[in-house]
Design a protein around this ligand. Structure first.
Ligand code: ASP
Ligand code: MG
Length: 439
């Protein structure tokens, strides 16, 4: 069985919901479908929650009302029979009354999680009703019955595997199984979620649990591109990526795939295919365990980076210096992206500068601190195994006219990263692209 996940834009209008259904008819195989909320809905639900946190039920109700109006209109456009229009309207009325019920209550993160879960509950019910109206053999499975996190807020894959397989045995033989992405229960059975953008993660966890032959992530672009199409003139979809390469690119903000999604698929050895709902015949990008020797696949960039250098004086060569420096960042819940060390100092990059001032003040205990803001990390991804010769020099050669603040190579077999000024970004990306892909 294949798992097919459709993101918010792929179910973003009644028209798009219809296209999803017709994709499934055409496939003719048994499929497990994971859906996001309609695009914009989760944001609206977060907005409602924020108003309720701020004790502003009037504003929350305004958002609820306008959302309800939009959904009722979708009903008219989606269904062709009164029967299904009525069933779905009744369902939506209950849903929106449920949302309104929170506007009178004490508001905590528990209520917020209930609210944001409704986007996927609504979209799956709407699509399933549409499929039923059109004669599909479809069942709706509630993700709340099998998706679960443990006490560390990490997915509990054993639980998910066991629960889902019992459900699938009971519901054996249907053509289409539909469930919600993103939502789950926590270790205490309360409604929770896998964090924003988490439905890719749901799809991957489900694929691993049912030992799917492939996990397909359907969005509105034709795969992962070899460079950032917003910055560089010519880019194209990459046909194949190794799991590790895809993970590097996802961390570098390739919006098409949530970084957490790779791990369960990789662990279970299930290929992930990125497909475009607007162009279903395009091959997209396949992510699997195949390594292509000596091939550079892509360039990616991460903006808003701050570089911090600590030059140790007294601490020169002292043990524990790096630990103390890193602990300072940890103390402020700030993740470090890149690191470069020498015998007299260490440079690090961060993408979250909320606690920059406190961090810098504390680091001054260990040496002289310098800060550079407005930087970006340019990351070259592909077969960069150190045993191969020439690839790191090829990338470095391209950067010869650009001031490079830091280089990181050898942290993985799949990447070399450069920290440069954001103002040099366009030139760097274009030259890397020209040299690495189109020469
Ligand atoms: N609907 C959720 C979000 O917008 C989850 C997802 O679409 O992946 O974050
Ligand atoms: Mg998404």
């Amino acid at each position: 069985m294949k798992v097919m996940k459709f993101g918010g834009t792929s179910v973003g209008t009644p028209e798009r919901m219809k296209s999803v259904a017709s994709l499934l008819t055409n496939s003719g195989e048994q499929v497990f479908v994971v859906l996001s909320a309609m695009s914009g809905t989760t944001n609206s639900l977060v907005e409602i929650s924020n108003y309720l946190y701020k004790k502003n039920p009037e504003k929350a109700n305004e958002v609820i009302d306008s959302l309800e109006k939009a959904y009722m209109q979708h009903v008219d456009n989606l269904y062709s029979t009164e029967e299904y229009r009525n069933t779905t309207r009744d369902f939506l009325r209950e849903e929106f009354d449920y949302l309104r019920s929170f506007t009178t209550e004490l508001f905590t993160s528990f209520e917020e999680k209930n609210i944001v879960a409704q986007g996927e509950i609504i979209s799956t019910n709407m699509v399933v009703n549409y499929m039923k109206e059109n004669g599909f053999d479809v069942v709706l499975l509630s993700a709340l019955d099998f998706m679960r996190t443990d006490k560390n807020e990490e997915p509990d894959s054993t639980y998910i595997h066991d629960k889902l397989n019992v459900i699938m045995d009971k519901e054996a033989g249907h053509q289409v199984y539909v469930t919600q992405g993103f939502i789950c229960r926590n270790a205490y059975g309360e409604i929770d979620n896998l964090r924003r953008g988490g439905s890719d993660y749901s799809a991957s966890l489900i694929g691993a649990a049912i030992d799917a032959e492939e996990i397909q992530i359907w969005t509105d672009i034709d795969g992962m591109h070899n460079n950032d199409p917003r910055i560089v003139e010519k880019t194209e979809a990459i046909s194949q990526l190794h799991f590790e390469e895809a993970a590097e690119l996802a961390y570098f903000g390739a919006k098409i795939l949530h970084p957490t999604c790779i791990q369960p698929a990789k662990h279970a050895g299930i290929p992930v295919r990125l497909k475009n709902t607007m162009q279903p015949e395009a091959p997209g990008t396949i992510i699997n365990s195949e390594k292509v020797k000596g091939k550079i696949k892509a360039v990616a960039v991460k903006d808003n980076i701050t570089a911090i250098k600590v030059k140790s004086s007294r601490m020169l060569l002292a043990t524990g210096f790096l630990r103390k420096v890193f602990e300072t960042f940890e103390g402020y819940q700030t993740a470090i992206d890149m690191v470069a060390t020498s015998e007299v100092g260490v440079s690090m990059s961060i993408d979250n500068d909320v606690h920059l001032n406190e961090i810098v003040d504390e680091l001054k205990k260990y040496g002289t601190v310098t800060v550079d803001t407005g930087m970006c990390i340019v990351c070259v991804v592909g077969d960069l195994d150190w045993n191969n010769v020439g690839f790191e020099t090829m990338a470095t050669e391209v950067m010869k006219n650009i001031p490079v603040r830091m280089i990181s190579y050898g942290g993985s077999n799949y990447n070399i990263s450069f920290l440069i000024r954001e103002t040099d970004k366009k030139q760097a990306l274009q030259s890397l692209s020209d040299t690495l892909f189109y020469k």
